[in-house]
Ligand binder design. Structure first.
Ligand code: NAD
Ligand code: UDX
Length: 443
Protein backbone atom coordinates (compact mmCIF):
# COMPACT_ATOMS: atom_id res chain seq x y z
CA UNK A 1 0.00 0.00 0.00
CA UNK A 2 1.76 3.16 -1.17
CA UNK A 3 0.59 6.03 1.06
CA UNK A 4 -0.39 5.72 4.72
CA UNK A 5 -2.89 8.59 4.93
CA UNK A 6 -6.63 8.38 5.59
CA UNK A 7 -7.28 5.96 2.73
CA UNK A 8 -4.02 3.99 2.66
CA UNK A 9 -3.92 3.44 6.41
CA UNK A 10 -7.58 2.44 6.70
CA UNK A 11 -7.61 0.24 3.57
CA UNK A 12 -4.28 -1.37 4.39
CA UNK A 13 -5.36 -2.13 7.95
CA UNK A 14 -8.72 -3.51 6.82
CA UNK A 15 -7.08 -5.74 4.18
CA UNK A 16 -4.82 -7.03 6.97
CA UNK A 17 -7.89 -7.64 9.10
CA UNK A 18 -9.27 -9.68 6.17
CA UNK A 19 -6.19 -11.90 6.55
CA UNK A 20 -3.83 -10.42 3.93
CA UNK A 21 -0.21 -9.45 4.64
CA UNK A 22 0.08 -5.70 4.09
CA UNK A 23 3.15 -3.46 3.96
CA UNK A 24 2.28 0.25 4.10
CA UNK A 25 4.85 2.58 2.57
CA UNK A 26 4.75 6.16 3.88
CA UNK A 27 7.24 8.89 2.99
CA UNK A 28 6.10 11.55 5.45
CA UNK A 29 8.60 11.09 8.31
CA UNK A 30 6.22 12.33 11.03
CA UNK A 31 3.43 10.01 9.93
CA UNK A 32 5.81 7.08 9.61
CA UNK A 33 7.43 7.69 13.00
CA UNK A 34 3.99 7.81 14.62
CA UNK A 35 2.88 4.58 12.96
CA UNK A 36 6.08 2.80 13.97
CA UNK A 37 5.59 3.91 17.58
CA UNK A 38 2.03 2.58 17.57
CA UNK A 39 0.42 6.04 17.38
CA UNK A 40 -2.24 6.80 14.76
CA UNK A 41 -1.39 10.08 12.98
CA UNK A 42 -5.03 10.77 12.05
CA UNK A 43 -8.23 10.80 14.10
CA UNK A 44 -10.38 7.87 13.03
CA UNK A 45 -12.57 6.08 15.59
CA UNK A 46 -11.58 2.43 16.16
CA UNK A 47 -8.47 2.57 13.97
CA UNK A 48 -5.93 2.44 16.82
CA UNK A 49 -7.24 -0.90 18.09
CA UNK A 50 -7.43 -2.43 14.59
CA UNK A 51 -3.90 -1.29 13.69
CA UNK A 52 -2.49 -2.60 16.98
CA UNK A 53 -4.15 -6.01 16.56
CA UNK A 54 -2.91 -6.47 13.01
CA UNK A 55 0.62 -5.28 13.79
CA UNK A 56 0.64 -7.72 16.73
CA UNK A 57 -0.56 -10.53 14.45
CA UNK A 58 2.33 -9.78 12.07
CA UNK A 59 0.07 -8.99 9.12
CA UNK A 60 0.66 -5.22 9.03
CA UNK A 61 3.98 -3.38 8.76
CA UNK A 62 5.03 0.22 8.10
CA UNK A 63 8.13 1.49 6.35
CA UNK A 64 9.60 3.81 3.75
CA UNK A 65 11.40 1.18 1.70
CA UNK A 66 9.28 0.81 -1.41
CA UNK A 67 11.44 -2.00 -2.84
CA UNK A 68 11.03 -4.12 0.27
CA UNK A 69 7.26 -3.62 0.26
CA UNK A 70 6.78 -4.27 -3.44
CA UNK A 71 9.03 -7.34 -3.61
CA UNK A 72 6.87 -10.42 -3.84
CA UNK A 73 3.60 -8.47 -3.56
CA UNK A 74 0.58 -9.86 -5.44
CA UNK A 75 -0.87 -6.38 -5.72
CA UNK A 76 0.44 -2.86 -5.16
CA UNK A 77 -2.18 -0.28 -4.21
CA UNK A 78 -1.53 3.41 -4.75
CA UNK A 79 -3.32 5.55 -2.14
CA UNK A 80 -1.45 8.86 -2.38
CA UNK A 81 -3.12 12.28 -2.56
CA UNK A 82 -4.67 13.78 -5.70
CA UNK A 83 -5.30 17.39 -4.60
CA UNK A 84 -6.85 20.09 -6.77
CA UNK A 85 -4.39 21.78 -9.06
CA UNK A 86 -4.36 25.54 -8.55
CA UNK A 87 -6.04 27.42 -11.36
CA UNK A 88 -7.86 24.83 -13.43
CA UNK A 89 -9.28 22.60 -10.65
CA UNK A 90 -7.97 19.42 -12.27
CA UNK A 91 -6.77 16.63 -9.99
CA UNK A 92 -3.00 16.73 -9.53
CA UNK A 93 -1.87 13.22 -10.46
CA UNK A 94 1.83 13.90 -10.03
CA UNK A 95 2.07 11.99 -6.70
CA UNK A 96 0.36 8.99 -8.30
CA UNK A 97 2.67 8.96 -11.30
CA UNK A 98 5.76 9.44 -9.11
CA UNK A 99 4.71 6.51 -6.91
CA UNK A 100 3.98 4.31 -9.93
CA UNK A 101 7.38 5.04 -11.42
CA UNK A 102 9.02 4.08 -8.13
CA UNK A 103 7.03 0.85 -8.07
CA UNK A 104 7.93 0.03 -11.68
CA UNK A 105 11.62 0.49 -10.98
CA UNK A 106 11.72 -2.06 -8.16
CA UNK A 107 8.97 -4.55 -9.12
CA UNK A 108 9.95 -8.19 -9.58
CA UNK A 109 7.81 -10.60 -11.59
CA UNK A 110 4.13 -10.12 -12.41
CA UNK A 111 2.83 -6.97 -10.70
CA UNK A 112 -0.75 -5.75 -10.41
CA UNK A 113 -0.85 -1.99 -9.84
CA UNK A 114 -4.15 -0.77 -8.40
CA UNK A 115 -5.21 2.86 -7.95
CA UNK A 116 -7.11 3.46 -4.70
CA UNK A 117 -6.60 7.19 -5.04
CA UNK A 118 -9.37 9.09 -6.80
CA UNK A 119 -7.92 9.69 -10.26
CA UNK A 120 -9.19 11.35 -13.45
CA UNK A 121 -10.40 9.27 -16.34
CA UNK A 122 -7.39 8.18 -18.38
CA UNK A 123 -5.00 7.87 -15.42
CA UNK A 124 -4.97 4.06 -15.56
CA UNK A 125 -3.90 4.13 -19.21
CA UNK A 126 -1.20 6.70 -18.45
CA UNK A 127 0.05 4.52 -15.58
CA UNK A 128 0.35 1.59 -18.01
CA UNK A 129 2.33 3.83 -20.38
CA UNK A 130 4.68 5.01 -17.58
CA UNK A 131 5.29 1.49 -16.27
CA UNK A 132 5.99 0.20 -19.75
CA UNK A 133 8.34 3.10 -20.50
CA UNK A 134 10.18 2.61 -17.17
CA UNK A 135 10.41 -1.18 -17.34
CA UNK A 136 9.71 -2.57 -20.81
CA UNK A 137 10.49 -6.07 -19.48
CA UNK A 138 7.94 -6.01 -16.63
CA UNK A 139 4.83 -8.19 -16.74
CA UNK A 140 2.07 -6.10 -15.17
CA UNK A 141 -1.59 -5.09 -15.15
CA UNK A 142 -3.30 -1.90 -14.03
CA UNK A 143 -6.60 -1.83 -12.17
CA UNK A 144 -8.76 0.94 -10.71
CA UNK A 145 -10.36 0.27 -7.33
CA UNK A 146 -11.71 3.62 -6.11
CA UNK A 147 -12.42 3.97 -2.40
CA UNK A 148 -15.78 5.13 -1.04
CA UNK A 149 -15.05 5.28 2.69
CA UNK A 150 -16.12 8.32 4.68
CA UNK A 151 -13.87 9.78 7.34
CA UNK A 152 -15.21 9.11 10.83
CA UNK A 153 -16.94 5.94 9.66
CA UNK A 154 -14.09 4.63 7.58
CA UNK A 155 -13.65 1.15 9.04
CA UNK A 156 -17.33 0.21 8.76
CA UNK A 157 -17.47 1.74 5.27
CA UNK A 158 -14.50 -0.37 4.19
CA UNK A 159 -15.60 -3.60 5.88
CA UNK A 160 -19.25 -3.33 4.83
CA UNK A 161 -19.26 -1.24 1.67
CA UNK A 162 -22.39 -0.63 -0.39
CA UNK A 163 -20.30 -1.88 -3.32
CA UNK A 164 -16.74 -2.46 -4.49
CA UNK A 165 -15.78 -1.17 -7.94
CA UNK A 166 -12.97 -2.79 -9.87
CA UNK A 167 -11.93 -1.50 -13.27
CA UNK A 168 -9.53 -3.52 -15.38
CA UNK A 169 -8.17 -2.94 -18.86
CA UNK A 170 -10.51 -5.21 -20.77
CA UNK A 171 -8.65 -4.82 -24.03
CA UNK A 172 -5.60 -6.74 -22.77
CA UNK A 173 -5.80 -10.42 -23.62
CA UNK A 174 -5.29 -12.64 -20.55
CA UNK A 175 -4.55 -9.73 -18.23
CA UNK A 176 -8.11 -9.36 -17.09
CA UNK A 177 -8.43 -12.80 -15.58
CA UNK A 178 -5.19 -12.77 -13.60
CA UNK A 179 -5.88 -9.32 -12.18
CA UNK A 180 -9.51 -10.23 -11.43
CA UNK A 181 -8.48 -13.34 -9.52
CA UNK A 182 -6.07 -11.43 -7.30
CA UNK A 183 -8.66 -8.78 -6.46
CA UNK A 184 -11.40 -11.39 -5.93
CA UNK A 185 -9.15 -13.13 -3.42
CA UNK A 186 -8.39 -9.87 -1.59
CA UNK A 187 -12.07 -9.00 -1.30
CA UNK A 188 -13.19 -12.57 -0.54
CA UNK A 189 -14.68 -11.67 2.88
CA UNK A 190 -16.99 -9.21 1.11
CA UNK A 191 -18.23 -11.92 -1.25
CA UNK A 192 -19.16 -13.93 1.82
CA UNK A 193 -21.05 -10.87 3.15
CA UNK A 194 -22.81 -10.67 -0.24
CA UNK A 195 -21.62 -7.14 -0.92
CA UNK A 196 -21.91 -6.26 -4.63
CA UNK A 197 -18.57 -6.29 -6.45
CA UNK A 198 -18.74 -4.66 -9.86
CA UNK A 199 -16.11 -5.53 -12.46
CA UNK A 200 -15.89 -3.02 -15.25
CA UNK A 201 -13.43 -1.18 -17.52
CA UNK A 202 -10.71 1.17 -16.30
CA UNK A 203 -12.28 4.40 -17.55
CA UNK A 204 -15.69 3.44 -16.20
CA UNK A 205 -14.33 2.71 -12.71
CA UNK A 206 -12.47 6.01 -12.69
CA UNK A 207 -15.60 7.92 -13.70
CA UNK A 208 -17.86 6.08 -11.20
CA UNK A 209 -15.94 7.58 -8.26
CA UNK A 210 -16.35 11.17 -9.53
CA UNK A 211 -19.97 10.61 -10.50
CA UNK A 212 -20.82 9.22 -7.04
CA UNK A 213 -19.13 12.02 -5.09
CA UNK A 214 -20.49 14.72 -7.38
CA UNK A 215 -24.03 13.38 -7.12
CA UNK A 216 -23.87 13.45 -3.32
CA UNK A 217 -22.39 16.97 -3.36
CA UNK A 218 -25.18 18.06 -5.71
CA UNK A 219 -27.79 16.51 -3.40
CA UNK A 220 -26.43 18.50 -0.44
CA UNK A 221 -26.31 21.67 -2.52
CA UNK A 222 -29.92 21.11 -3.58
CA UNK A 223 -31.13 20.89 0.02
CA UNK A 224 -29.01 23.93 0.91
CA UNK A 225 -30.81 25.99 -1.74
CA UNK A 226 -34.19 24.60 -0.63
CA UNK A 227 -33.15 25.57 2.90
CA UNK A 228 -32.63 29.19 1.81
CA UNK A 229 -35.99 29.11 0.07
CA UNK A 230 -37.65 27.75 3.24
CA UNK A 231 -36.38 30.78 5.14
CA UNK A 232 -37.89 33.16 2.60
CA UNK A 233 -41.31 31.49 2.47
CA UNK A 234 -41.64 30.41 6.10
CA UNK A 235 -41.26 26.65 5.52
CA UNK A 236 -39.23 24.16 7.59
CA UNK A 237 -36.37 22.42 5.77
CA UNK A 238 -36.23 19.53 8.24
CA UNK A 239 -39.79 18.53 7.33
CA UNK A 240 -39.10 19.08 3.61
CA UNK A 241 -35.94 16.94 3.69
CA UNK A 242 -37.56 14.18 5.71
CA UNK A 243 -40.63 14.09 3.53
CA UNK A 244 -38.88 14.07 0.17
CA UNK A 245 -36.39 11.54 1.53
CA UNK A 246 -39.21 9.13 2.37
CA UNK A 247 -39.59 8.66 -1.37
CA UNK A 248 -37.26 5.70 -1.96
CA UNK A 249 -36.22 7.16 -5.30
CA UNK A 250 -34.78 10.21 -3.54
CA UNK A 251 -33.55 8.57 -0.31
CA UNK A 252 -33.22 10.23 3.08
CA UNK A 253 -29.42 10.45 3.35
CA UNK A 254 -27.32 13.51 2.51
CA UNK A 255 -30.21 15.93 2.84
CA UNK A 256 -28.96 17.84 5.89
CA UNK A 257 -28.55 21.55 5.24
CA UNK A 258 -25.11 22.86 6.15
CA UNK A 259 -22.76 25.82 5.76
CA UNK A 260 -21.54 24.07 2.58
CA UNK A 261 -19.92 20.72 1.91
CA UNK A 262 -16.20 20.54 2.65
CA UNK A 263 -13.55 17.90 3.20
CA UNK A 264 -10.79 16.31 1.20
CA UNK A 265 -13.10 14.83 -1.44
CA UNK A 266 -16.32 16.61 -2.44
CA UNK A 267 -14.82 20.05 -3.20
CA UNK A 268 -11.85 18.71 -5.16
CA UNK A 269 -13.77 15.92 -6.87
CA UNK A 270 -16.59 18.21 -8.07
CA UNK A 271 -13.98 20.61 -9.45
CA UNK A 272 -12.14 17.71 -11.11
CA UNK A 273 -15.33 16.35 -12.70
CA UNK A 274 -16.12 19.74 -14.21
CA UNK A 275 -12.57 19.80 -15.65
CA UNK A 276 -12.94 16.25 -16.99
CA UNK A 277 -16.26 17.19 -18.63
CA UNK A 278 -14.94 20.42 -20.15
CA UNK A 279 -11.81 18.71 -21.49
CA UNK A 280 -13.90 15.93 -23.01
CA UNK A 281 -16.19 18.49 -24.69
CA UNK A 282 -19.13 17.31 -22.58
CA UNK A 283 -19.57 19.83 -19.75
CA UNK A 284 -21.29 18.61 -16.59
CA UNK A 285 -23.23 21.82 -16.01
CA UNK A 286 -25.11 20.67 -12.92
CA UNK A 287 -21.79 20.06 -11.17
CA UNK A 288 -20.25 23.32 -12.42
CA UNK A 289 -23.21 25.04 -10.75
CA UNK A 290 -22.86 22.89 -7.62
CA UNK A 291 -19.24 24.04 -7.24
CA UNK A 292 -20.18 27.71 -7.65
CA UNK A 293 -23.22 27.56 -5.34
CA UNK A 294 -21.24 25.81 -2.60
CA UNK A 295 -18.46 28.41 -2.70
CA UNK A 296 -21.01 31.22 -2.45
CA UNK A 297 -22.77 29.45 0.39
CA UNK A 298 -19.70 29.33 2.63
CA UNK A 299 -19.24 33.09 2.15
CA UNK A 300 -22.94 33.73 2.79
CA UNK A 301 -22.62 32.01 6.18
CA UNK A 302 -20.09 34.53 7.47
CA UNK A 303 -22.35 37.34 6.24
CA UNK A 304 -25.26 35.77 8.12
CA UNK A 305 -23.35 35.83 11.37
CA UNK A 306 -22.40 39.46 10.80
CA UNK A 307 -26.04 40.31 10.02
CA UNK A 308 -27.15 38.62 13.27
CA UNK A 309 -24.74 40.91 15.09
CA UNK A 310 -26.55 43.89 13.58
CA UNK A 311 -24.19 44.35 10.62
CA UNK A 312 -20.91 44.81 12.46
CA UNK A 313 -18.77 42.40 14.51
CA UNK A 314 -15.83 44.75 15.05
CA UNK A 315 -14.64 44.31 18.64
CA UNK A 316 -17.29 41.67 19.39
CA UNK A 317 -16.38 38.24 20.76
CA UNK A 318 -17.58 35.31 18.65
CA UNK A 319 -17.54 31.82 20.19
CA UNK A 320 -17.18 29.04 17.62
CA UNK A 321 -18.18 25.42 18.25
CA UNK A 322 -16.69 22.99 15.72
CA UNK A 323 -13.98 23.60 13.12
CA UNK A 324 -13.50 20.35 11.19
CA UNK A 325 -15.41 19.80 7.93
CA UNK A 326 -17.65 17.32 9.73
CA UNK A 327 -17.71 15.53 13.11
CA UNK A 328 -15.60 12.48 14.04
CA UNK A 329 -12.54 13.64 12.12
CA UNK A 330 -9.60 15.97 12.69
CA UNK A 331 -9.54 16.85 8.99
CA UNK A 332 -9.70 20.58 8.21
CA UNK A 333 -9.38 20.29 4.43
CA UNK A 334 -11.79 22.78 2.78
CA UNK A 335 -13.84 23.11 5.98
CA UNK A 336 -16.49 25.86 5.96
CA UNK A 337 -14.87 27.20 9.15
CA UNK A 338 -11.86 28.38 7.12
CA UNK A 339 -14.04 30.71 5.02
CA UNK A 340 -16.33 31.83 7.85
CA UNK A 341 -13.58 32.53 10.40
CA UNK A 342 -11.56 34.41 7.80
CA UNK A 343 -14.54 36.72 7.17
CA UNK A 344 -15.18 37.24 10.89
CA UNK A 345 -11.49 37.89 11.55
CA UNK A 346 -11.25 40.42 8.70
CA UNK A 347 -14.40 42.13 10.03
CA UNK A 348 -12.62 42.64 13.37
CA UNK A 349 -14.24 39.95 15.56
CA UNK A 350 -12.39 38.34 18.45
CA UNK A 351 -12.75 34.61 17.88
CA UNK A 352 -12.78 31.94 20.61
CA UNK A 353 -12.96 28.45 19.10
CA UNK A 354 -13.19 24.84 20.21
CA UNK A 355 -13.22 21.56 18.31
CA UNK A 356 -13.06 18.12 19.97
CA UNK A 357 -10.49 16.69 17.49
CA UNK A 358 -9.35 19.45 15.13
CA UNK A 359 -7.48 21.95 17.32
CA UNK A 360 -4.02 20.99 16.05
CA UNK A 361 -5.00 20.64 12.37
CA UNK A 362 -6.94 23.93 12.55
CA UNK A 363 -4.11 26.17 13.77
CA UNK A 364 -2.14 26.33 10.50
CA UNK A 365 -5.20 27.11 8.36
CA UNK A 366 -7.20 29.54 10.51
CA UNK A 367 -6.50 33.24 11.14
CA UNK A 368 -3.63 33.87 13.55
CA UNK A 369 -5.75 35.79 16.06
CA UNK A 370 -8.07 32.87 16.93
CA UNK A 371 -8.03 31.85 20.60
CA UNK A 372 -8.22 28.06 21.06
CA UNK A 373 -10.32 27.07 24.05
CA UNK A 374 -10.28 24.00 26.28
CA UNK A 375 -13.92 23.04 25.75
CA UNK A 376 -17.23 24.27 24.36
CA UNK A 377 -18.22 26.26 27.45
CA UNK A 378 -14.80 27.91 27.48
CA UNK A 379 -15.39 29.00 23.84
CA UNK A 380 -18.76 30.44 24.86
CA UNK A 381 -17.28 32.39 27.77
CA UNK A 382 -17.68 36.13 27.22
CA UNK A 383 -19.09 35.58 23.71
CA UNK A 384 -21.48 38.13 22.23
CA UNK A 385 -22.42 35.58 19.57
CA UNK A 386 -22.08 31.81 19.46
CA UNK A 387 -21.70 30.04 16.09
CA UNK A 388 -22.03 26.29 15.52
CA UNK A 389 -20.03 25.12 12.50
CA UNK A 390 -19.66 21.35 13.06
CA UNK A 391 -22.32 19.09 14.56
CA UNK A 392 -20.24 17.17 17.12
CA UNK A 393 -22.59 15.19 19.38
CA UNK A 394 -21.13 16.70 22.54
CA UNK A 395 -22.47 20.13 21.49
CA UNK A 396 -26.04 18.86 21.16
CA UNK A 397 -26.39 18.29 24.89
CA UNK A 398 -25.15 21.74 25.98
CA UNK A 399 -27.99 23.35 27.89
CA UNK A 400 -29.11 26.86 26.85
CA UNK A 401 -29.01 27.89 30.51
CA UNK A 402 -25.34 26.92 30.82
CA UNK A 403 -24.51 28.82 27.63
CA UNK A 404 -26.41 31.82 28.92
CA UNK A 405 -24.44 31.79 32.16
CA UNK A 406 -21.16 31.91 30.20
CA UNK A 407 -22.03 34.24 27.34
CA UNK A 408 -22.13 38.02 27.44
CA UNK A 409 -24.56 38.28 24.53
CA UNK A 410 -27.72 36.41 23.61
CA UNK A 411 -27.19 35.55 19.95
CA UNK A 412 -26.71 32.09 18.48
CA UNK A 413 -26.11 31.12 14.83
CA UNK A 414 -26.62 27.36 14.62
CA UNK A 415 -25.35 26.54 11.12
CA UNK A 416 -25.88 22.78 11.59
CA UNK A 417 -29.40 22.82 13.12
CA UNK A 418 -28.25 20.94 16.23
CA UNK A 419 -30.59 22.71 18.66
CA UNK A 420 -34.31 23.08 19.05
CA UNK A 421 -35.39 26.67 18.32
CA UNK A 422 -38.05 26.55 21.06
CA UNK A 423 -35.59 25.81 23.88
CA UNK A 424 -33.25 28.59 22.72
CA UNK A 425 -36.22 30.94 22.50
CA UNK A 426 -37.34 30.10 26.03
CA UNK A 427 -33.84 30.83 27.29
CA UNK A 428 -34.09 34.28 25.71
CA UNK A 429 -31.69 33.84 22.80
CA UNK A 430 -31.92 35.38 19.34
CA UNK A 431 -31.40 32.22 17.35
CA UNK A 432 -30.85 31.64 13.67
CA UNK A 433 -30.47 28.24 12.04
CA UNK A 434 -30.80 26.87 8.52
CA UNK A 435 -34.14 26.63 6.73
CA UNK A 436 -36.19 27.13 9.87
CA UNK A 437 -37.95 30.26 11.13
CA UNK A 438 -35.58 32.59 13.02
CA UNK A 439 -36.21 33.32 16.68
CA UNK A 440 -35.59 37.00 17.24
CA UNK A 441 -36.68 38.81 20.40
CA UNK A 442 -37.50 42.43 19.84
CA UNK A 443 -36.37 44.79 22.55
P1 NAD B 1 -3.57 11.81 2.56
O1 NAD B 1 -2.90 13.05 2.13
O2 NAD B 1 -4.12 11.70 3.95
O3 NAD B 1 -2.58 10.56 2.38
C1 NAD B 1 -1.70 10.38 1.31
C2 NAD B 1 -0.37 9.88 1.91
O4 NAD B 1 0.48 9.42 0.86
C3 NAD B 1 0.41 10.97 2.64
O5 NAD B 1 0.61 10.57 3.98
C4 NAD B 1 1.73 11.09 1.85
O6 NAD B 1 2.83 11.36 2.67
C5 NAD B 1 1.82 9.72 1.22
N1 NAD B 1 2.64 9.65 0.00
C6 NAD B 1 2.63 10.50 -1.06
N2 NAD B 1 3.49 10.06 -2.01
C7 NAD B 1 4.04 8.91 -1.55
C8 NAD B 1 4.98 7.97 -2.08
N3 NAD B 1 5.51 8.14 -3.28
N4 NAD B 1 5.31 6.90 -1.32
C9 NAD B 1 4.76 6.72 -0.10
N5 NAD B 1 3.86 7.57 0.45
C10 NAD B 1 3.50 8.64 -0.27
O7 NAD B 1 -4.70 11.56 1.48
P2 NAD B 1 -6.05 10.68 1.63
O8 NAD B 1 -7.12 11.48 2.27
O9 NAD B 1 -5.69 9.35 2.20
O10 NAD B 1 -6.44 10.52 0.08
C11 NAD B 1 -5.70 9.68 -0.77
C12 NAD B 1 -6.51 9.46 -2.04
O11 NAD B 1 -7.72 8.78 -1.72
C13 NAD B 1 -6.95 10.74 -2.76
O12 NAD B 1 -6.94 10.51 -4.14
C14 NAD B 1 -8.37 10.95 -2.27
O13 NAD B 1 -9.15 11.65 -3.21
C15 NAD B 1 -8.86 9.53 -2.16
N6 NAD B 1 -9.95 9.33 -1.20
C16 NAD B 1 -9.92 9.95 0.01
C17 NAD B 1 -10.96 9.72 0.93
C18 NAD B 1 -10.97 10.39 2.28
O14 NAD B 1 -11.99 10.33 2.94
N7 NAD B 1 -9.88 11.00 2.71
C19 NAD B 1 -12.00 8.85 0.60
C20 NAD B 1 -11.98 8.23 -0.65
C21 NAD B 1 -10.94 8.47 -1.54
C1 UDX C 1 -17.05 11.68 1.13
C2 UDX C 1 -17.94 10.55 0.58
O1 UDX C 1 -19.14 10.45 1.38
C3 UDX C 1 -17.20 9.24 0.57
O2 UDX C 1 -18.00 8.22 -0.03
C4 UDX C 1 -15.91 9.43 -0.25
O3 UDX C 1 -15.16 8.24 -0.25
C5 UDX C 1 -15.07 10.57 0.30
O4 UDX C 1 -15.88 11.76 0.35
P1 UDX C 1 -16.22 12.47 3.53
O5 UDX C 1 -15.61 13.61 2.80
O6 UDX C 1 -15.42 11.73 4.54
O7 UDX C 1 -16.74 11.37 2.48
O8 UDX C 1 -17.51 13.01 4.31
P2 UDX C 1 -19.08 13.10 4.06
O9 UDX C 1 -19.75 12.50 5.22
O10 UDX C 1 -19.50 12.64 2.73
O11 UDX C 1 -19.30 14.69 4.15
C6 UDX C 1 -18.73 15.58 3.21
C7 UDX C 1 -19.23 16.99 3.46
O12 UDX C 1 -20.62 17.10 3.15
C8 UDX C 1 -19.08 17.46 4.92
O13 UDX C 1 -18.66 18.81 4.94
C9 UDX C 1 -20.48 17.34 5.48
O14 UDX C 1 -20.75 18.22 6.53
C10 UDX C 1 -21.31 17.68 4.24
N1 UDX C 1 -22.67 17.14 4.31
C11 UDX C 1 -22.88 15.79 4.32
C12 UDX C 1 -23.74 18.02 4.35
O15 UDX C 1 -23.55 19.23 4.33
N2 UDX C 1 -25.00 17.51 4.38
C13 UDX C 1 -25.28 16.17 4.38
O16 UDX C 1 -26.45 15.79 4.39
C14 UDX C 1 -24.17 15.28 4.35
Amino acid sequence: MIGGGYVGLVSGTCFAEFGTDVAIVETNPDRLAALREGRIPIYEPGLDRLVAENVEAGRLTFGDDIAAAVKGADAVFVAVGTPSRRGDGQADTSYVYAAVEQVARVAEGYTLIVTKSTVPVGTGREIARIVHATRPDLDFDVASNPEFLREGNAIVDFMKPDRVIIGIDQSKPGGTERAQNILRKLYRPLYLLERPIVFTGLETAELIKYAANSFLAMKITFINEISDLCEKVGADVNDVARSIGLDGRIGKKFLHPSPGFGGSCFPKDTRALTAIGRNAGSPVRLIETTVAVNELRMKAMGERVIALAGGDVKGLTVGVLGLTFKPETDDMREAASIVVLDQLDKAGAKIRAFDPAGMETARPVLPKGVTYCKDALDAATGADILVVLTEWNEFRSLSPEKLKARMTGRKVADLRNIWDPESLKEAGFDYISLGRPDVVHTA
